[in-house]
Design a protein. Structure first.
Length: 197
């Protein structure tokens, strides 16, 4: 029995309905500034919806793509990575930063020659995805594809084939070019409750 497929409109609605798209002044993980923040945690707090999105992401992968293992960067990628791994019935490992360097802890291993699907929540420049991909390859595996919930539409830094579930073109820019900074608008913390919609 397979779950009903999701259309692009239904995927976009999941983000609107859960209030995941925030307006303000943000510093993204990439270091770039933006007036839009996509708080995937608001979507991922709903397990059934998360599992449906993951099943759809898997259904959109090429049928001949071989995957042995799913790897996600902590923290953002873990929940969606788990859901995608469940949909694939494959193991999930996650990487963490220690003193800025991406590493696998917790006795996670990548076996020699493992074909690894990298899963992230939001990709702006894909710096974390590139770091996980490099880490997988240093460990003898290969990053065969990348999946994310959201592609913010910047040029990705990684080279593996990329299958974002939803492309939301939301501008971001270097801090030096930020008009919001020049106007003295304080940076919003995405976790903050005071963020206005
Ligand atoms: Zn700024």
């Amino acid at each position: 029995m397979s779950e009903a497929r999701m259309s692009d409109e239904q995927i976009a609605a999941a983000f609107k309905d859960t209030d995941a798209i925030r307006k303000g002044h943000f510093r993204l993980t990439s270091g770039r500034h933006s007036d839009t923040y996509i708080q995937c945690a608001r979507v991922l707090e709903h397990p059934t919806l998360t599992m449906r999105l993951a099943a759809e992401a898997v259904a959109r992968l090429p049928k001949d793509l071989e995957i042995d293992l799913v790897a996600s960067p902590a923290v953002g990628g873990i929940l969606f990575g788990f859901a995608v791994a469940a949909a694939l019935d494959k193991p999930l490992i996650f990487s963490e930063r220690v003193d800025g360097k991406m590493v696998f802890r917790r006795s996670f291993e990548v076996s020699e020659g493992a074909k690894v699907l990298i899963v992230e929540d939001v990709v702006t420049t894909g710096g974390s995805v590139k770091d996980v991909s490099d880490l997988v390859e240093e460990n003898g595996g290969s990053a065969v594809a990348v999946v994310s919930l959201i592609d913010r539409g910047a040029d990705p830094l990684f080279s593996a084939p990329y299958y974002p579930l939803l492309q939301l073109i939301t501008p971001s820019w270097e801090e030096a070019d930020c008009d919001l900074c020049k106007q003295g608008v304080p940076i919003d913390s995405p976790g903050s409750r005071r963020i206005n919609k």
